[in-house]
Design a protein around this ligand. Structure first.
Ligand code: PLP
Length: 429
């Protein structure tokens, strides 16, 4: 055999072997660090041996301080209630930031906040069917909250304005309705798309004494995700703000001497974009929620200075030294020889949340076994020293739906669970 043929043959054998060796999962894992050990102790002290959503108050305050420092001086702050869905949590954020402005997305939340936090000023974050607004009025009991002054209903089409005009004419509404126009600044999730349509909508509102024009809402979540190839975040934001200015010009033209931008709600922003704003933006407030507790969907460049402040904690119910898949028991040794991170099987209390395991390091899901909301399986290597009664910690992907799945939020502060904060009623939206 020639030297070249022998080399080729050796390469043909060695290449797949090298590929197999490179593909073999590396053993990972470790113990909780001091932070999670402290949190585990606090949960035990508090008797919370069940799935629990923990908010770390010091880390929340750190994010709030970052937000306060970064928010352009000419922008007010609006709390996105759905992303921080607990009245005491919203109250803490309001107190730190000194704002009465909330963005609300769900009719039961609207009624609850109007009842329990009557000094709040509410902007709807999505256009509600007029029937939902009607129900709000039917359920609202007179108190210090004045819907005609403290709610801005979001309008996305001329038809929606017509629907609300009909409602405004009834006794149910009990006063004028303030209407805010959703403008499509590039997200393409609906709303008014041209300055001409915006002008027409403002005219229709101006001409009806039961309606009042309250401002604009232009959400630009797409900007944070714009790839550099398509111009990146700054270009997308500049484009969004250019259309915002066009809409303001349309309002100025229609309203003439009555145009007063300072008196209007000119809303924009979200957690992932707020850090890119400066004082040149034509809006006058930014709505932010999730970034203050920072679930994993918010691990983005715009929020690099924010820290995760919320975790799911749940006890390990069973810690097994083998992972056996029903029907494939004989392969258990082979599976763990190939994948050392499947050596241990940890069955936890609850599971299958929109969340990723975060501590101890090295935990993973089992692709064959699947999921359980009752006793989920997490695998770990022999380097994961968890036993029965220890806790596993996960980070939620998002706050708005996940926070509502655990009952009261457990507030972790100075090494203990200091408070229990009830979540908003009426499920999520
Ligand atoms: C209209 C609107 N504004 C602002 C936000 C920002 O919320 P967050 O900061 O929680 O992402 C959202 C989120 O869905 C939204 O729909």
């Amino acid at each position: 055999m020639s030297l070249t043929r022998r080399a080729l043959l050796a390469a043909a054998v060695a290449a797949p072997l090298a590929w197999v060796a490179a593909s073999k999962p590396r053993r990972r894992g470790g113990a909780h660090d001091a932070y999670f050990l402290g949190l585990q102790d606090a949960l035990r002290q508090a008797g919370l041996f069940r799935p629990t959503l923990v908010v770390d108050r010091a880390l929340l305050l750190r994010n709030l301080a970052e937000l306060k420092a970064r928010l352009p001086k000419n922008q007010r702050f609006r709390v996105v209630a759905k992303s921080l869905p607990s009245l005491p949590l919203i109250a803490a954020v309001r107190a730190f930031m000194g704002t009465e402005r909330l963005m609300v997305f769900h009719q039961p939340h609207l009624n609850f906040i109007a009842r329990e936090m009557p000094d709040a000023h509410l902007l709807l974050g999505k256009p509600m069917p007029a029937g939902a607004a009607k129900r709000f009025f039917a359920e609202h009991r007179p108190n210090a909250f004045r819907p005609d002054r403290q709610v801005e209903w979001l309008m996305d089409t001329p038809q929606r304005i017509a629907d609300y005009r009909e409602l405004a004419g009834t006794a149910a509404a009990g006063g004028a309705l303030r209407l805010n126009l959703e403008i499509d600044v590039g997200l393409h999730r609906g709303g008014f798309r041209t300055a001409r349509d915006v002008a027409e909508a403002i005219r229709a509102i101006r001409d009806d004494p039961a309606l009042a024009f309250a401002g604009f809402m232009g959400y630009e979540a797409h900007a944070a995700k714009m790839p550099p190839l398509l111009g990146g975040v700054h270009a997308a934001l500049a484009q969004a703000m250019a259309f915002y200015r066009e809409c303001l010009d349309a309002a100025r033209e229609v309203l003439g001497a009555a145009f007063s931008p300072d008196a209007l709600t000119l809303n924009a922003g979200g957690s992932n974009t707020y850090a890119y704003y400066d004082e040149s933006a034509p809006c006058n407030e930014l709505a932010i929620g999730s970034g203050l507790v920072k679930p994993t969907d918010f691990d983005t460049p715009g929020l690099a200075a924010h820290v995760p402040a919320s975790f799911i904690a749940t006890p390990v119910l069973k810690a097994l030294e083998r992972t056996e898949i029903p029907g494939l028991e004989v392969l258990a040794g082979l599976f763990s020889a190939w994948g050392p991170n499947t050596a241990r099987a940890l069955y936890i209390y609850g599971g299958y949340w929109l969340a990723n395991p975060v501590s101890p390091p090295g935990l993973q899901r089992n692709a064959i076994w699947g999921h359980s909301t009752n006793q989920d399986l997490l695998n770990g290597s022999a380097d994961v020293p968890l036993g029965v009664g220890d806790f596993v910690f996960l980070r939620p992907h998002q706050s708005e739906a996940v926070f509502l799945q655990f009952g009261d939020l457990a507030v972790y502060e100075s090494g203990r669970i200091a408070e229990a904060w009830p979540v908003l009623p009426g499920a999520g939206a």
